[in-house]
Design a protein around this ligand. Structure first.
Ligand SMILES: Nc1ncnc2c1ncn2[C@@H]1O[C@H](COP(=O)(O)OP(=O)(O)OP(=O)(O)O)[C@@H](O)[C@H]1O
Length: 579
């Protein structure tokens, strides 16, 4: 994996330092059984007490050095692994920001969260611990084996006959565990998603009395989670006692056979004690072998999933030859634009022209394609046919940043970040106090913001919890107006924003907007929101079925006229409107 190599290269010095410390530390470990051998053979059996202080000093030095080396090993290992995971997570998050809407249409949040969190955690764990641990265990096994053979190769050969059995059980355990682990991981995503959906939609849950259903749904997922954990515990219970049994047997075998060698005077007691110490050193790497292999396999699986995300194509900044844009006037032209999300056309042959400073209103039943039109204008999706021009420039040739900065968009779905009101208006832009106040005033939000406990500095909950629907909507309008006020946006898109506002507030905002020299696209269901537009188009199943000014459309006596009558009553016609 090319990308991984980059992160390893950046942190290679940490990994090499950690491996160096680990090898040095384990080399020191190899002296311990030898010292014990000397204590038994020379100090205890031969009663050579003078040697004891030196051996104990040596042992203390080894232990002390081991602590220092252990500290640095952990430090470098953790630093390398954490930095690698940090860089990978930042890159992945940056990449996700560049992906088009179409990518997010096809993936659920829980799945994406587990890529960003759990899969990167797997990589972090492997590089921050597993890899060095693997190398360490490998060296323990190799060095201890050489020492064992050099002490008594015949005994070692006998003891080693048990090792493949331990290895086999470790392998079986990890294979079965791996399967369950995969299920636990997928199940964890479902459990998270269930909880997340319930909490995010708690208002709907409560108002529809869905608590019992939600509890049952969560209970089901939690039960599955519990059952999988029990299944995993059973696997451990099935294999661990056998591994312990064989481990103990191999040590007992070494001691028993070694004892015979001792009785036959072919080995000293101290050597036997040392020998059994080295046997433990080769048994543990084998016992942990399956776990290590599994951990590496999980890391590879996580890396593959992450790589799949990296392979998703980002939005194209521009298509064809880039046009250098110097100030936009706000002329918008849709020329025979058609679009489909999947197989079916959602927009067919849409053509309209808005001169700078003029207003286009879009009406139509739900699902008729209104939002899709503005999605195409912001290049959140690309048209299948036709072209869209701003000031005569094909928008595909305008880089995304410039294009989107020129469109102040108030979406249908209100989204506020859990942050202060000020930050929700600024959204990363530098805005002075006057601009924020003016934007709030024109969105009829200044008064209620001032009445909040800490005014602009009040932190609003996730998605604006604690505010009314209309208040949230007004903040999103203020956010867009602020962009217009700093001169960055020349086109304002209001996607069904007035539905959450009362008539008085709607009229106030309409009036305030009159003084802005802006091209406006207003999507609305209420006639009151569109009647002053320079052109109104009425959509039906993705096609424009009527177009004209308010008066022209009324005289057509078609869809618009019907809507008008439904909203104002059949007795009113063309004269004074009861606005
Ligand atoms: N991301 C998407 N993937 C697939 N189909 C979509 C997607 N977004 C919208 N659609 C479909 O495209 C059609 C037009 O949707 P659109 O949101 O543009 O309608 P709308 O007129 O704005 O509706 P409303 O008034 O309810 O907001 C609908 O049939 C909708 O189901």
């Amino acid at each position: 994996m090319k990308r991984l190599k980059k992160y390893i290269r950046h942190n290679l010095h940490f990994f090499i330092s950690a491996i160096f410390c680990a090898i040095l530390a384990l080399s020191l470990d190899m002296f311990n059984p030898k010292i014990v051998e000397l204590i038994v053979d020379r100090v205890i059996i031969k009663n050579n007490m003078e040697l004891l202080p030196r051996l104990l000093l040596f042992m203390t030095l080894i232990t002390f050095s081991r602590v220092i080396l252990g500290y640095f090993k952990e430090y470098f290992m953790d630093l390398g692994g954490s930095r690698l995971a940090y860089e990978l997570r930042v890159d992945l998050f940056e990449h996700l920001q560049k992906l088009p809407f179409s990518f997010f249409d096809g993936i659920n949040t829980g799945e994406l969260m587990s890529r960003i969190k759990e899969d990167i955690d797997n990589v972090w764990f492997t590089f921050g611990f597993g890899l060095v641990f693997f190398i360490e265990q490998l060296f323990y096994f190799l060095i201890a084996s050489v020492i064992l053979f050099s002490i008594n190769w015949k005994l070692t050969l006998i003891v080693l006959t048990l090792i493949p059995f331990i290895g086999y059980i470790a392998y079986k355990l990890e294979r079965e565990n791996d399967e369950v682990y995969g299920e636990i991981s997928d199940q964890g995503v479902r459990l998270n998603t269930t909880a997340q959906e319930d909490i995010a939609g708690i208002r709907v849950v409560k108002s529809f009395g869905r608590e019992k259903y939600e509890i049952e749904r969560f209970f089901e997922e939690n039960k599955k989670n519990f059952e999988l954990n029990v299944k995993q515990a059973k696997i451990f219970a099935k294999y661990f006692p056998w591994m312990d049994f064989l481990t103990n047997i191999s040590i007992a075998l070494a001691i028993t056979l070694g004892g015979l060698w001792v009785i036959g005077d072919k080995m000293s007691v101290g050597t036997l004690v040392a020998y059994s110490g080295y046997v433990s050193m080769i048994v543990w790497p084998v016992r942990l072998g399956g776990w290590i292999v599994n951990m590496l396999a999980q890391c590879v699986a996580s890396l593959k999933k992450i790589e799949r995300l990296f392979r998703e194509r980002p939005e194209k900044d521009f298509i064809g030859e880039r046009i250098e844009v110097k100030g936009i006037r706000g002329e918008v032209l849709f020329k025979n634009v058609s679009f489909k999300y999947k197989d079916e056309y959602v927009l067919k042959n849409i053509t309209f022209h808005i001169k700078p400073g003029k207003t286009l209103a879009i009406m139509g039943l739900t699902g008729s394609g209104k939002t899709t039109i503005v999605n195409l204008l912001g290049r959140f999706y690309e048209p299948w046919e036709g072209e869209i021009l701003i000031d005569g420039m094909d928008i595909r040739k305008i880089d995304l940043k410039t294009l989107r900065e020129n469109i102040a968009y108030v979406p249908q779905d209100v989204f506020l970040f859990s942050d202060t009101v000020r930050e929700n208006i600024k959204l990363g832009k530098e805005l002075d106090e006057k601009i924020i106040e003016k934007a709030l005033k024109d969105a009829k939000a200044l008064q209620f913001v001032r009445n909040l406990p800490e005014g602009l500095e009040t932190i609003i909950g996730e998605r604006g919890l604690g505010l009314s629907g209309g208040q949230k909507q007004r903040l999103t309008i203020a956010r867009a107006l602020a962009r217009v006020l700093i001169g960055s946006a020349k086109i304002l898109v209001l996607d069904d924003v007035t539905s959450a506002l009362d008539m008085e507030t709607e009229l106030y905002i309409q009036k305030a907007l009159e003084e802005y020299n802006l091209t406006k696209i207003i999507i609305a269901h209420r006639v009151s929101a569109v009647k002053n537009a320079d052109e109104i188009i009425v959509l039906e199943k993705g096609e424009i079925v009527e177009r004209g000014t308010h008066e022209e459309l009324l005289s057509l006596k078609g869809r618009y006229y019907e809507t008008y009558q439904e909203q104002y009553g059949k007795y009113v016609f063309m004269e004074e409107e009861p606005v």
